[in-house]
Design a protein around this ligand. Sequence first.
Ligand code: AMP
Length: 478
Amino acid sequence: MPFGSNNDNGDYVFFDSIMTTLLPFAVLPLNPATLDNLQQLGYLHMTPIQAASLPAALAGKDLIAQAQTGSGKTAAFGLALLERLNPRRFAVQALVLCPTRELADQVTVEIRRLARALDNVKVVTLCGGVALRGQRASLEHGAHIVVGTPGRVMDHLARGYLALDALNTLVLDEADRMLDMGFFEDIATVTKQCPPERQTLLFSATYPEGIEKLAQQFMRAPEQITVAPPATQSLIEQRFYEVTRPTRFEVVAKLLNHFRPESTLAFCNTKQQCKDLVTYLQQQGFSALALYGELEQRERDQVLAQFANRSTSILVATDVASRGIDIKELSAVINVDITPDPEVHVHRIGRTGRAGESGLALSLAALYEMGAVGKIEQYQHQASTWYQLEELVPTSTQPLLPPMVTLQILGGRKEKIRPGDVLGALTADAGYSREQIGKINVTEFTTFCAVQRDIAREAVQKLNAGKIKGKSVRVRLV
Ligand code: AMP
């Protein structure tokens, strides 16, 4: 299909002009029910990675595709694996390996969405941190698609709970990240148990050495797909500010008071810097939380839930910890430290300005970081635009507060609570409107529910006085 051409390195590069004349999904040989479903989902045109990879993926070719979170990569492999799936055959026909549980959960949600129009497609998530028994039961009830982390998938294979002999499609999602986390051997072990005549689709934001090794050992004449640069990038406004080491945090606060973004992802190069910045921002009255590697899964879930449901304004994260987070409508990204790796910079700023929305990417650089800024300029073929710190005046007398507040309900999946039960308690019983209630996340033992700030205290009282699923519950403000 003439969506692009091969460049000097032999990589497939998507035509720039196609990005402006977007292609509909109907040009692909997809099931009519799937095409209808895509319309209903509001997926009217293919994203560049989808247009570049779907023709080859649907033709059964192995692919190595360069794609990042937010590019629509999940649908790129999801549509391909669903097209080949036979829902009447009760066996695992596709396996998606992901580096983290968050990513696996997101991929599962997206595949279920894409499969809505097909008969009864069962998707099972297999990740660590959850009892094996429940996962084994889900597998016994019949799974067509498994999404999981390499370690846990291997565990199920070793115990004989999972069989891959009917597998058609193997997907390695965020392969670079899986290699970073030391999963090469686990991936190899799992892959060796897949039938040799399968299709293998590898997605990766960057191409470290290990990718080539994976391709050589486990793929058949893979086509390389590069979509450069991301289509949304032009909608991202980049502003650079020169700072000194002692004033860096102050400048972050000034940026927040000036631009007043509703949600900001702030990147630091180290865990310690994250902790220090969050302490500083909290002291200044901002609603900020930190996300870094060594948080326990439960803490991480809570931090992410609070940021995604708009009850925390600022998430301060390291690059590694932030990978795989898919948060829509991120108004700003702040590079508190400049990363020495220009690819990482592009990845960071690509978190804002998604799905055609404009985004703000603010970068702070001290003199000793100018070399790194230079590398970024070369990589992006774009000079940096510098702005004066004096321009950063507060634009409101009100503190910057997030629009929502999170309530925690003690009780989760174990108590069979579902989002609908909480919504019912707040709307039908407590009398609030749907618009006053935000995201509801049910985890194993606890449920987080966002509500508008002005009703938060009263909502806690009403829930504590009422019932969910016929039982009294304990509710508190997070
Ligand atoms: P991903 O990169 O797979 O995490 O996808 C990013 C987001 O884009 C997801 O929320 C998808 O639901 C959405 N998305 C994927 N493909 C399309 C499309 N063709 N049109 C509109 N939205 C899309």
